[in-house]
Design a binder for this molecule. Structure first.
Ligand code: ATR
Length: 286
């Protein structure tokens, strides 16, 4: 175990590849978890400034004994070409946020969707059989949409400013879930909001520093709606604050951040992560 944060000859290194990585919460979150469980691991950020060196960076770190990696913007898709195998869910989403060495192979996983579902479960919310409205159709929406499909949602509406992107994502999910792409406009949202019990913001609207943004007309919300936001900075976005005032149950992005990290942690160490500790340390940083 690490005593007083001392690194020994047996310390295992895990880390984060992306660019930029300075403002990531993952190092603090994972290092707190390792210390809490007295695991001799350390989590280090690795800025990879150029995509032309991504393969070298990934292969080099594992050649030098890294026990696992997280991958963040802008490499979640490109990193797939550096790996030997992909887990089925990561293959469906077409993006990887976690790499594990299994025997001598580098295997890519995506824990974002699982993290989202678990963050809902931790608040007592099950998605199976529900109609859900997803705001946004980017990378985060895709990870969440596939996870919702696997978790057995009944109907999924995807609302996006660029409606073609929503329709494309809906088409990719076809077969597993009934999914419909619509425009992120008051008129289109008004036609589906009463059919949905959970509304999820996956867009960056409302994220620091533009905290005044709101992706959904709050007056359409009733106390029957559960509103989740993937944005975690601020913890209570304008959307969540407005939803709370309408009587909705609200779920912040902090849970997804901690649970996706917890799932990566478990893949690397084989141990259950102390999610509450992880959530507490991130909350202190925001
Ligand atoms: P991420 O990987 O974080 O999801 P992304 O792939 O760039 O990032 O997707 C960002 C999402 O937020 C998209 O759905 C985007 O809508 P468009 O596809 O129309 O670009 C949405 N988004 C970002 N800023 C927005 C804004 N000001 N108004 C409406 N939608 C916005």
């Amino acid at each position: 175990m690490i005593k007083d944060c001392l690194i020994s000859g047996e310390t295992k290194v895990v880390g984060l590849i992306g660019y930029p990585v300075e403002h990531s919460f993952s190092p603090v979150m994972h290092n707190a978890a390792f210390q809490h469980l007295h695991l001799n691991y350390v989590y280090v950020p690795f800025p990879v400034a150029s995509n032309s060196t991504l393969t070298q960076a990934v292969r080099g770190l594992f050649s030098a004994g890294a026990a696992g990696l997280n991958v963040t913007v802008p490499y979640k898709e490109q990193v797939i070409s550096c790996l030997d195998n992909l887990d089925g869910y990561a293959r469906s989403v077409g993006a990887v946020n976690t790499i594990v060495r299994e025997q001598d192979k580098l295997v890519g996983y995506n824990t974002d969707g699982k993290g989202f579902i678990q963050s809902l479960r931790s608040e007592g919310v099950e998605v199976m059989g529900r109609n859900i409205l997803l705001l946004g159709a980017g990378g985060a929406a895709k990870a969440v949409a596939f996870a919702l499909g696997q978790a057995g949602v009944s109907k999924l509406y995807i609302a996006n400013r660029t409606v073609e992107r929503a329709e494309q994502l809906a088409a990719q999910l076809l077969g597993s879930t009934q999914t419909i792409g619509i425009e992120l406009s008051e008129k289109a949202l008004g036609t589906v909001v009463d059919q949905c019990s959970i509304i999820v913001n996956t867009t960056s609207i409302g994220m620091y520093p533009r905290v005044e943004g709101i992706p959904f007309p709050a007056l359409m919300l009733t106390s029957n709606h559960i509103v989740a936001d993937l944005v975690y900075n601020p913890v209570e976005t304008r959307l969540l604050s407005a939803a709370r005032k309408q009587g909705c149950k609200t779920i912040s992005g902090l849970g997804m951040l901690a649970y996706q990290g917890a799932a990566s942690f478990q893949l690397w160490t084989g141990q259950t992560a102390p999610v509450e500790i992880m959530q507490q340390v991130i909350a202190k940083m925001i």
